[in-house]
Design a protein around this ligand. Sequence first.
Ligand code: PDD
Length: 287
Amino acid sequence: MNIVYLKGQFMPSQEAMISPFDRGFLFGDSVYEVVPYFRGIGFRLQEHITRLEHSLRAVRIQAHTDWAAVMDELVARNGGGNLSVYLQVTRGDSGSRSHSYDASLTPTVFACCAPVRDFAAVSAEEVQELSAIVTADLRWHRCDIKSTGLLPNILVLQQARDHQADEALLLRDGVLTEGTSCNLFVVRQGVIYTPKRSSEILGGITRELVLGLADVNGMQYQEVDIDYDTLMNADEVWISSSTRGVLPVTRVDDRLIGDGKKGPVWARMFELLARYQHQLMTGESEL
Ligand code: PDD
């Protein structure tokens, strides 16, 4: 069963249709969220909703929906379990193509589900190491808005794939920002470093959680500028996202990071994240 939500209704995906004059389609005039559900329960759901509301406010789309109720019901209608919800809100259908918009448009809300891997269900040993390239960050300067205008992300990810790499890490003005759909961490001498929160990166929900877990578990971290040399000379490099958890990158631009193996600091964070996720699902979490 593949049930989606569109404009206030749940329906089979093949019945979902939008107008070609929807501004999301014409201009990428829309924002989105991706929320993982494990065992049918939203993971950091409120944090995702807060970020969605930030994105909506930032682009001045006024949409008032009970986001949690829509996502919960969509997951339940798709059988529950481990699913990620994709939720998109466009400025709406203006009936013609014009850059300017009428503030009274009704936003189009669309949501669908896809299977997601339960990162607490695999052991650190089973996790695959990733490879990455470093390339120019071609995006705009409001990366804190989760906009569906993802063409730069798509192009650089394909550039990575053309080099047989899994991810592209993005460099702007001499400092690394993040990956195409993930945040970035490096470890040097036991300390975790990650780029500062700014409008050049997405404030990742998993990034915040990683820093929160580091805090309560006495792991040292700093939010700093990371340049190319710091990245390449790191002991460990990781990426994080809601759908991937925290994953080790052991090869960048065809060079090994550290000894080319998953690092101990990553392994500790991976375990902490898995434990946190398990506790959240069973109602025992402290964060
Ligand atoms: N992307 N940075 C970018 C550019 C992202 O697109 C994402 C997430 C992240 C990580 O954020 P979070 O931890 O909140 O998932 C960082 C989602 C998963 C996507 O586009 O599918």
